[in-house]
Design a protein around this ligand. Structure first.
Ligand code: ATP
Ligand code: MG
Length: 158
């Protein structure tokens, strides 16, 4: 496991983290996003998607649709588990197929469906530490994701 703590003083720093993540994570990466309402999960997905060539305005919280897909340089599968009844409803979306279909998968409120996620993944926990301040704890589990976090550290110079 490899861990990185990134402190964003404002949204532009979150955007910088998202761009670095887009570069650091290889195809097939599953990213779990945890944090309270308004922590910045969707904002981070926007930054990752934008760095992959997607218009960020098309990235909204998929709270009511559970799953959205964007076509950037690679497919981005954006899940939101907030309104799911239970894990079975999540499994009904066929997440494994998306996880394995190439591109990257990003799951908001991932703690609600944790047992449905692969052990090899990137865990991102976001804490609100001020009006525009956020603390990101990023953990890479498994060889590929640990390597991605090491690459992320290089890109961020931290
Ligand atoms: N440093 C920052 N990083 C991210 N968002 C920030 C930051 N500072 C302020 N914000 C604001 O915080 C809000 C984050 O909202 P966002 O929709 O990304 O949260 P969320 O975690 O997806 O919430 P939800 O659980 O409702 O989906 C936005 O209004 C954004 O402008
Ligand atoms: Mg959201």
């Amino acid at each position: 496991m490899e861990r990185l703590i990134f402190v964003a003083g404002d949204e532009s720093q979150t955007a910088r983290l998202g761009a670095a993540l887009a570069e650091a994570i290889p195809d097939g990466t599953v990213v779990s996003l945890c944090g309270t309402l308004g922590a910045g999960k969707t904002r981070l997905v926007q930054a990752i998607a934008e760095a992959d060539g997607v218009d960020r305005r098309s990235v909204v919280s998929p709270t009511f649709v559970l799953l959205q897909e964007y076509q950037g340089r690679r497919p981005i599968h954006h899940f939101d588990a907030y309104r799911l009844r239970d894990e079975d409803e999540f499994l009904g979306l066929g997440p494994e197929e998306y996880f394995e279909s190439g591109g990257i998968s990003l799951i908001e409120w991932a703690d609600r469906v944790e047992s449905c996620l692969p052990a090899e993944r990137l865990d991102v926990r976001i804490e609100v530490t001020g009006d525009t301040a956020r603390r990101f704890e990023i953990e890479g589990h498994g060889d590929r994701c640990a390597m991605a976090v090491r690459r992320l550290k290089e890109l961020l110079g931290s």
